[in-house]
Ligand binder design. Structure first.
Ligand code: PEP
Ligand code: MN
Length: 335
């Protein structure tokens, strides 16, 4: 349920109402807009008399939120959420972020070189997988803790915040200095993992599952937020359809749809969505035009010899071109 308070409501009135609602065993989420204050009520709201609440002088309107996702709901928090990354980068609410780097961290030299080059090309955040969720157990599984160390070295050298995927909550201590924790598509509904990252205050990039609806994606984000972590970023990375020409099918309509459904920032990953390096540029541009808050692209200094996802990886110079085109498109799209 949400209660919208009038601009004339005083702080004293607001606090009084909030403590009464809390005394009814409800969780109250306050979203302060420029004029109106929105109170999001979570719990057994059946006990609240809507007419009574609406009759209070300070209350503008009361609505039941029928969707099962509450805290991620745009109705609960009408303004865009802005997530701060590593104290220097922001995403959401008009702040656009380019994330780039290898699918997997392979060696010190590899990640250091890619980090320098994507940074020079205008990337804001460095990506790199250390724990890799591979379809085959015989494929390269990532450098694990050593991979995180190498990413941290690259962060130190370039000053770029870093993002890496977690697969097991026991690994959380390794991610202390990682700026964004990625939950991969395959773990989108690993609810225990979602709850554990929800107990941290780190930005979490939650990727949409291979065959999950937007509602399911939002319910997974709700798991993270319900534990107290409000720094959630959503990522559309292609879904599985009957089409086999591309690795997945990029559901770009997810961007404007999610914009209506939620206040959380939305990132597009055209690399995993298409699986083909030459399709990354057009889809990255389309993503920028659709209003995405960020784009995440796989970049490798030697794609042919990459240990993972070389076919969809751009070289640093290809990325530089994509980055400048994406920024141009964004300027046009914002007009
Ligand atoms: C990745 O980002 O490297 C990755 C494994 O992505 P996804 O979970 O979307 O497949
Ligand atoms: Mn990959």
């Amino acid at each position: 349920m949400i209660a919208v308070l009038k601009p004339s409501a005083t702080d004293e009135q607001k606090n009084h109402l909030i403590s009464w609602l809390k005394s009814q065993s409800l969780d109250v989420h306050v979203s302060q807009g420029e004029n109106y204050t929105v109170l999001g009520l979570i719990g057994d709201t059946g006990i609240i008399d809507v007419d009574l609440l609406e009759s209070l002088e300070m209350v503008e309107s009361v609505k039941r939120v029928s969707e099962p996702f509450k805290q991620v709901n745009r109705k609960f928090h009408p303004e865009d959420t802005v997530v701060e990354i590593g104290g220097k980068v922001k995403i959401g609410g008009g702040n656009f972020v380019l994330i780039a780097g290898p699918c997997s961290v392979e060696s010190r030299g590899q990640v250091a070189q890619i980090a320098r080059e994507v940074s020079a090309a205008g990337a804001d955040v460095l990506r790199g997988g250390a724990f890799k969720p591979r379809t085959s157990p015989y494929d390269f599984q990532g450098l694990k803790a050593d991979g995180i160390e190498l990413l941290l070295e690259a962060k130190k050298e370039t000053g770029m915040p870093i993002i890496s995927e977690i697969m097991n909550a026991n690994h959380l201590p390794l991610f202390d200095d990682v700026d964004i924790i990625q939950i991969g598509a395959r773990n989108m509904q690993n609810f225990e993992l979602l709850k554990e990252v929800g107990k941290t205050d780190k930005p979490i990039l939650l990727k949409r599952g291979l065959a999950n609806t937007l509602k399911e994606l939002l319910m997974s984000a709700e798991y993270i937020m319900s534990e107290g972590n409000r720094n959630v970023i959503l990522c559309e990375r292609g879904i599985r359809t009957f089409e086999t020409a591309t690795r997945n099918t990029l559901d770009l309509s997810a961007v404007p749809m999610l914009r209506e459904m939620t206040h959380l920032p939305v990132v597009i990953d055209p690399s995993h969505a298409t699986g083909i390096a030459r399709l990354v540029e057009p889809m990255a541009m389309a993503a920028a035009a659709s209003g995405a808050d960020g784009i995440m692209v796989e970049v490798h200094n030697d794609p042919i010899h990459a240990l993972c996802d070389g076919a969809q990886s751009l070289t640093p110079s290809q990325f530089e071109k994509v980055a400048s085109k994406v920024r141009l498109i964004r300027e046009v799209a914002l007009q």
